[in-house]
Structure formats: structure tokens, C-alpha cells
Write a protein that binds this ligand. Structure first.
Ligand code: ME8
Length: 652
């Protein structure tokens, strides 16, 4: 029995750069699953969206000279953005959430407060490392060669007053969930989570930040914003109406049937997410499935490495369905897969042009040539010759279902293509062109073509979730009416009318000339990359009005000492010409000893909003030059003026 409801999600994407084909991989997989479930008659909720808060977005927006909201809008809703990409890729999502949507923001504030009130969130001080790219906190022992263990990039010291979630309290329950239920798949990821994260000791998780503002504000403690992952994970429920009145599907669809997520974010989904739900006494999702990465030249595709593949370019050249098919046919969903243009073209040529395309075009062409497109009533069945194909095609739906239920989409496709290959062999065995020569063999010829059409129909139904647009065209060519495109019909043989009308149409998947195509592809890719590099060189101008908003003054250092318990922070008492001293904290202890600095004249920005660090208020910022050292680290040099300049003078 199929469940009546099915709730499936993709991760919500960071709109910090344009999405690449690695992002499309997960969304296409989710779409195929959602379409498969709809085909089975389930009421499906397919959720996707964008995860729009966090320091990375704030920094990028600053760099681009726009507000964070303008920055994300430009990647999500502008032409060529995320919404357009999903439209192009035929993604049939039912709901799209943006974490900047008002209803979500308010719901997150309520959730945070409830966890604070139930005692699972408490206030403390965070000291450790932070990877801005992954928006992840790390302890020293978790770093790999001093770098972020997920992405290998440099981490920064993070030290601030913060709220913590009592993750440690849930360690045993989460371990039990992972080890003793089917919550996380593939199974190999269970060992990774338990051995790498739970067994070494699960520490409480820092769940608020104060060093930037682009996030959901903690409403009962201004200055704190909710850690972006807490904000992001709850999207799966707020999008259904949890803690808001925008939607009303929570009862119907929660708990989710499956969250599809990339392997690097399995940790968040299989440890932090269930622990937070346990804290809120909420039902857990039924499954988290961690898929592998699309690799290019052996490394994960990522914009910052400059090795991304553009899904727009590939869909334009080969069609959306060929691209969707390639992604799910070529790589087992749980494992990494090496993307290459050769593999893409090879897959299109072999499976789509040769196997499926040939089966359809040969069958429809012969029906046209020998019967003017309409098969006769009389079909002569030949047990020995027909049984194997008929049996294989009739049982296909069950084998396919078995694979799909285990999220093994490549296996389901393999089952379909075994039948398609068998059908092509059946043509060679039966030699319809010889049967056509004798009028006595016409009924046998009709039966052969009919068996081929039925096989194609069943395969077409089961390929619909993967290539919806092309399968509609296929059904039109083989004369399969709507009623013969259903899940029920894919489990039955001989549903096409005996006198079916066939229409040979356009070639569904034209063969590609590999050598010529690879050369052209190289040229277009190079051309497409060029304007981006040019564009990146264009400076982001600000107006003089923008500049004049920044109040820069000369400041004399009256006193300086280290902030207790902080490795980085120095506390400065400054004369900024205001009649009373001003206190500013600056994270430069690694570069200067306090006594070196007393008496020096420096530059301070005095109209930054006051901010608390380690319990002390900082009223501005000292200006430093950032110098990159030969080993790649950055060193700050305070801008110092000579003694001729007194304190309190403005800079222009
Ligand atoms: O992680 N191959 O967002 P994101 C396969 N906002 N999958 C890839 C990939 C590749 N080369 N590159 C990226 C986030 N992905 C969070 C999610 S959910 C509550 C918050 C996948 O835009 C990646 O593994 O960085 C992840 O599952 C998804 O794209 C979104 O990545």
C-alpha cells in the first residue's frame, strides 16, 4: 500500500552565488521522486527554497555595495536567478520558502524563545573558530590542519557573547536514533556521524551571533541574531505553517517523509535537527538521505574554486530532459560522481539516442511504412519469441518501484533501460522487414510492432518522473492516451488498443557528434567565463553621500589593556576630542602588545552602532590596514599618524 501523503524537501540554497549543476543535481533528484510519488497517486508536498541569512551574504552584499536583501533578491528572483533555473529545469515544487519571508522570521523568533524558556537555550560566551563559508562553528580539535574540516578554507577566531543550545543533552537519544532506526541513509553516513561527532563528545551548540546583523533578531536580546542553521533547518516546518498562519499544512504533511541533503550537511540534519525537534517535543522526520557530490576533476564543484558547470548552458544545448536524465542515470545517488562533458554526451548518445530514441523511431517508422500508422486487428502471438520481452516489460514496474522506494534512482533507470535494450534486441530477432515481405506474416508483424509499442509505453510511463516533457511527446507518437500513462497502466500488459494509431514525430534525442561538440563546448565555456571575469573587475562605486556617513576622526590612545579571557581583544581608552574618553574594543592583540600603543594617534570610526563583546561595550572601530602575509594569513596594521595631528580631527 502506498502512503497517501508524501512530504519531500531539498536543502534550501544559499543565494550567495548563482547556482551550478551540483545544486541542480539534488533538486532534479527531489523532483523525480516527487513526480514518481504523484504518479503513484500520493498527495505530494515538495518544498524547496533559499536560505538567505548569514555573515557570508552580509559580507557579499557589502562588497557589492547593496543591501543584503537587494543582494539575495538579485540571485533568487531576478531573471536568470534561482526561480528561473527551477522553471527551466522543469522542477515541480509545490512550495518555495525564502528565510527572509516575514512569517518565517517571526516563527523563528518564537521557536528560539520557546527553547530559551524551556531551558534548552542558555546564555554564555563563545570562543572558538568559525568558518564563514560554511557558517559553521568548530573547536580547535575538529579543525584539519588548522582549516575548516568541511571545505578546507581558513577559519577565523570567533569570540562573543552568545546563546547556546544544549545539544549535549540529546547525544544519547540522537545516537540511538542513528544506530537503531533507519533515520539516516545511506548507512555508511551513520558510522561517520556517530564516530566523528557523537562519540568524541557532543558539545553544546552556539546558536546566536552578535558580530553581524543579517539574521533573524533575537527579539528578547537586541544585538543577537539567530544562528543561520537554526533559522534554516526550521524552514521544513515553518513552510507548512508551524508557528505561523501563512500556511496550514502541518498536520497533513509533518513529519516529512524524507529530507534529501548533500553529504556535507548531513551533520546538521541528522544530529542538530533531531535534537532541536526533541527539545521542542516535535515528531522527527522519517528519513534523511545524504547524497554524494558532483565532482569536477576530482574536486567538489564550487564557485570559489572556479570549477562550476552552468546548467543553463547544458540545458540549452542538449535539452532539459537529457540533462535531468544524465544526472540521475550516471551516478548512484548516495555516492560522489565525476562530471565530465564526455560522460554527458556519451550517456545521451548511448541511452537516449541509440537505445530509447532508436526503439521509438524504428517502431513508429515501421508502423507507418507497413501499416500506414494504424495496426490491423489481427495479431499473431508467438510464445517462444514474445514471452521473454512481455514478461520483462510486465514486471518492470515492480522492480522499478523497489528501487525508487530505496531512493536508488539510477537503479530504477537501469531496470528501464534493460527492458529498452531487450526490446531493441527483439527487433533484431524478429526482423520485421522480412516479415513485411510476405502477406501471410502481416499478423505476426502487427504483433511484433504491438509488443514493441506496449514495451515503449510502459517504459515511457516509468521515465516520466525523469523526463516529463519528452515522455509526453513519446506518448503522442505511440498513440498512448492519458489513461494509458498512469501508474496502474504501467503494471499491465496489452492496454493499447490492438488497432493503435502511431504518429512518427520528431527525433526525441538526436545523436551528438562527440568530437565536434566537445570542441564547441570548450569554446562556449571559455566565452561564457570571460565576461564574468570582466564584470568582477568593475569597481563597486559608492556616492560621496555614502562616504560622508562614515565618521572618521583622529584619536589618541590614553590607555590600552587586554580584555580578560580573550586572546584577541584589546580595550582602548581614547581621546577623540569629545571632552570625555571613548572605549573601543579591537581584535588586534595578536599583532600588538598594549604597552606599545599607549600615546599613539590612530584613526577611529565613531558612528558605528555600539556593540558588546565579552561583556564590554565597544563604541566604534579602529582602522587598520590588512596585509596578506606570504603564508596566506592576514595581519592587521593599525593606521597611525604622527604626533603633529591632535586628537578629534575629522578625516575627509
Ligand atoms: O548547504 N554536488 O546551501 P548550499 C552535489 N543553505 N550537491 C551539491 C554540490 C555538488 N557539487 N554543490 C552543492 C546549504 N551541493 C544550506 C542548506 S538546509 C536547511 C540549508 C548541494 O546552497 C549541497 O550538498 O551551500 C547542499 O545539499 C545543497 O547543494 C545546498 O547547498
Amino acid at each position: 500500500m502506498n502512503p497517501e501523503k508524501f512530504y519531500i524537501t531539498t536543502p534550501i540554497y544559499y543565494p550567495s552565488d548563482k547556482l551550478h549543476i551540483g545544486h541542480a543535481y539534488c533538486t532534479v533528484a527531489t523532483d523525480a521522486m516527487a513526480r514518481y510519488k504523484r504518479l503513484q497517486g500520493c498527495e505530494v508536498m515538495f518544498l524547496t527554497g533559499t536560505d538567505e541569512h548569514g555573515q557570508k551574504i552580509e559580507d557579499k552584499a557589502k562588497g557589492a555595495g547593496v543591501t543584503p536583501q537587494q543582494f539575495v533578491d538579485n540571485i533568487v528572483t531576478a531573471p536568470g536567478g534561482v526561480l528561473d533555473l527551477w522553471k527551466l529545469m522543469d522542477i515541480s515544487y509545490d512550495r518555495f520558502i525564502r528565510t527572509t519571508d516575514g512569517y518565517h522570521v517571526q516563527a523563528i523568533q518564537k521557536i528560539f524563545k520557546q527553547m530559551y524558556e524551556n531551558g534548552d537555550i542558555y546564555k554564555g560566551a563563545y570562543k572558538g573558530k568559525y568558518c564563514k563559508d560554511c557558517e559553521s562553528f568548530w573547536t580547535d580539535s575538529q579543525l584539519v590542519e588548522g582549516k575548516c574540516p568541511d571545505c578546507g578554507r581558513a577559519v577565523q577566531d570567533a569570540e562573543e557573547e552568545a546563546y547556546f543550545f544544549r545539544l549535549s543533552k540529546y547525544a544519547d537519544r540522537v545516537q540511538d536514533l542513528l544506530e537503531n532506526t533507519g533515520f539516516l541513509e545511506p548507512r555508511s553516513r551513520v558510522h561517520e556521524m556517530v564516530n566523528n561527532f557523537i562519540k568524541p563528545g557532543l558539545e553544546d551548540l552556539c546558536v546566536s551571533r552578535t558580530s553581524f546583523t543579517w539574521g533573524v533578531p533575537v527579539d528578547f536580546d537586541p544585538g543577537h541574531v539567530v544562528y543561520v542553521w537554526i533559522d534554516a533547518l526550521f524552514n521544513y516546518m515553518t513552510a507548512l505553517g508551524y508557528q505561523n498562519d501563512e500556511h496550514h499544512d502541518l498536520e497533513k504533511f509533518w513529519p516529512a517523509d524524507v529530507h534529501f541533503v548533500g553529504k556535507e550537511i548531513v551533520r546538521f540534519h541528522s544530529i542538530i535537527w533531531p535534537a532541536m525537534l526533541m527539545s521542542m517535543n516535535l515528531p522527527l522526520p522519517k528519513k534523511v538521505f545524504g547524497h554524494g557530490w558532483l565532482l569536477l576533476d576530482g574536486g567538489k564543484m564550487s564557485k570559489s574554486k572556479g570549477n562550476v558547470v552552468d546548467p543553463y548552458l547544458l540545458s540549452e544545448r542538449y535539452g532539459v530532459d537529457a540533462l535531468r536524465f544524465f544526472l540521475l542515470r550516471s551516478f548512484p545517488f548516495g555516492s560522489d560522481g565525476n562530471f565530465s562533458n564526455e560522460l554527458l554526451i556519451q550517456t545521451i548518445n548511448k541511452d537516449l539516442a541509440n537505445d530509447l530514441g532508436n526503439l521509438v523511431s524504428r517502431t513508429t517508422a515501421m508502423a507507418g511504412k507497413y501499416f500506414d500508422g494504424v495496426l490491423p486487428q489481427e495479431h499473431r502471438f508467438h510464445g517462444e519469441m514474445d514471452d521473454e520481452l512481455v514478461k520483462l516489460a510486465s514486471g518492470l514496474r515492480d522492480r522499478y518501484e523497489d528501487a525508487m522506494e530505496h531512493y536508488a534512482m539510477h537503479k530504477a533507470l537501469d531496470e528501464v533501460f534493460q527492458v529498452i535494450q531487450r526490446a531493441n534486441k527483439y527487433i533484431d530477432e524478429n526482423k520485421p522487414w522480412l516479415l513485411a515481405k510476405s502477406s501471410e506474416d502481416k499478423s505476426r508483424l502487427a504483433c511484433v510492432l504491438y509488443n514493441l509499442l506496449e514495451t515503449t509505453r510502459i517504459c515511457g510511463v516509468l521515465l516520466t518522473p525523469f523526463m516529463p516533457g519528452s515522455m509526453e511527446k513519446l506518448f503522442a507518437q505511440i498513440g498512448a492516451e492519458e489513461a494509458l500513462r498512469t501508474w496502474e497502466s504501467a503494471g499491465q500488459w496489452a492496454l493499447l488498443p490492438k488497432t493503435v494509431s502511431v504518429h512518427k514525430g520528431e527525433n526525441l534525442f538526436p545523436r551528438i557528434d562527440m568530437e565536434k561538440e566537445l570542441k564547441e563546448l570548450e569554446e562556449v565555456t571559455a566565452k561564457a567565463a570571460a565576461p564574468v571575469q570582466e564584470a568582477e573587475k568593475v569597481p563597486e562605486y559608492i556616492s560621496i553621500d555614502d562616504f560622508s556617513k562614515v565618521q572618521l576622526v583622529t584619536a589618541k590612545i590614553l590607555a590600552c589593556d587586554a580584555v580578560p579571557k580573550s586572546k584577541k581583544l584589546l580595550r582602548f581608552t581614547l581621546d577623540c576630542g569629545e571632552g570625555q574618553p571613548r572605549q573601543i574594543l579591537s581584535g588586534i592583540h595578536e599583532y600588538y602588545e598594549p604597552e606599545q600603543l599607549v600615546g599613539k594617534t590612530v584613526v577611529a570610526c565613531t558612528n558605528l552602532a555600539p556593540r558588546k563583546m565579552m561583556g564590554l561595550e565597544s563604541n566604534g572601530m579602529l582602522i587598520s590596514a590588512v596585509k596578506e602575509e606570504p603564508d596566506g594569513t592576514e595581519k592587521l596594521h593599525l593606521i597611525m599618524l604622527d604626533d603633529a595631528v591632535p586628537a578629534g580631527y575629522g578625516l575627509c
